[in-house]
Design a protein around this ligand. Sequence first.
Ligand SMILES: [Zn+2]
Length: 326
Amino acid sequence: MKKIDLPGPMIGIDLGGTKIFTVVTDTRGKVLAAAKTESRPEKGVDAVIKRMAVAAQAALKEAGIKKKKIAAVGLGVPSPVDQKTGVAMLSPNLGWKKVPVVRMLTDQLGLPVFADNDVNLGTLGEFTMGAGRGARDLVGVFVGTGIGGGIVVNRRLLRGLNSTGGEVGHMIVVPDGPLCGCSNRGCLEAVASRTAITRDLLAGIGHGVPTCLRELLRDSDNKLRSGVLSKAYRRGDLLTVEVMNRAARYLGIATASLINVLGTERVVIGGGVFEALGDLLLPVVRQAVHEHAFDTAADGVGIVPARLGDRAVALGAVVHAAQCLE
Ligand SMILES: [Zn+2]
């Protein structure tokens, strides 16, 4: 991991729909302590804020650092965050609408807090400390239950007028395609996310297509985890290979458009599915980019796996907070 210069020890928090992941770093971005706890959004906004504060205090104690030494707290939220007001605008995962998360956590912790959308911060983390080293412009694409993304232009996150920029998962790649969670049809997320892959595999199984997935599913409580997909793909299971290669091709088509539009320098692809199968799926993505992007635009563009894993958002939050202090 690349080391950076920070104005002091920092706290980074990744608030998700189910988990809160917290890190404490030194002034070079090295993680001194990390803690994971449940977010329990069903208990209400105040309870979630309190859980984050408790997690931060616990991580500080483990790191052996006094709170007054901390320069700032960075926070990633699964929502667009208004950069002027620190309000998390809308988060289906947390059931939040217009929550003044920055003010609330500042009140709880007594430290300066800076928040942004989690995937934006994951992209910023990779850009600064992970797979984006040395690049000036970068696109991050994270394939999970949904598909999130972030865009860095000239070393800064592109947020857009309403802090909603970077939603690469909702680029439409199949007009009139499958329904997306955003109520459009044929978004990248609706054809290439883990949710879409699961839907297509279960449909294949339902139609009686021969596949080793039936047997693998029996051995893993009927859950299509990344490990199961990886096993089936590596065994050459035809259904799995077909469905996952199709998803990777769509990802490549969307990536080709992003390269054509932005002239970006590097594309970092992460998320659970790619962590388990990146060595096999990235070549499929690269091939689709090669077929669909302008040769001159794609020349020299690196399409690379993410490096920071599940720490990307918390580390990006630290970087974001440091940038806000500048
Ligand atoms: Zn969508």
